[in-house]
Design a protein around this ligand. Sequence first.
Ligand code: ZN
Ligand code: ZN
Length: 181
Amino acid sequence: MSYADYDLNPLLLALDLASLGEGALSAGELLKRQRRMFTDHGYEPDHDVAASLTRLGGELAAVLRRDAEDEFIDALSALLDAQDCRPHLTRHDGVASPHLHYAKDGAPLIEWMSSMAVTGLVLYVCRNGRSRLHPCAADGCGRWFADTSRNRSRRYCSGTCASRTTVAAYRARLSPPAAPR
Ligand SMILES: [Zn+2]
Ligand SMILES: [Zn+2]
C-alpha cells in the first residue's frame, strides 16, 4: 500500500460502514472489501462482529445524512468525542511507510475500527469538505462513495452502477409506453 492509500483508506472504510448502516452493503461484502485493512493490522474479523459494525455504520450514516452544514459538523464532532482515540505513528515494524494509527495496537476490533473510520472521515472533511461524499444514484444501490473526479461529476459508486443505469435508461427509451386499455 502507498502513503496515499493509508491516507484515504480510513475514509473509504467510513463510507463502507455508512453503506452497511443503511443496508446498501452487506456485512459479508464489507469484510471482503476491507479484508486487506484488517489483515494488514493483524485482525481476522468474522461474522460475529456484523451487528457492531452495522451499529457503527448507522451512526456514521446518520452524521452524513445531516443536511445543514452546522449540524453535520456538530454531529461529526460528537461522534469523534465518543471514540477512544490514541493516535500513534507506526511503520508496522518497519514493513510499511509511516502512517497514523488511531487506536492502540491490539485494541478490540470494533474500538480500533471505529476510531480509525471516524478519524478518517474527520480528517478528510477538514481538508476537503464533504461536497464529494455522496450516496450512489443508481436504482437499488445507494452506497456511499467519494467522488475523486476532477470535475466532480461522478454520480455512481462504480462502473457497474453507471453502466447498469445507462442500459436501463436506454431500454426505457426503446420500449414504447404501455398502451391505455
Ligand atoms: Zn497501519
Ligand atoms: Zn452504486
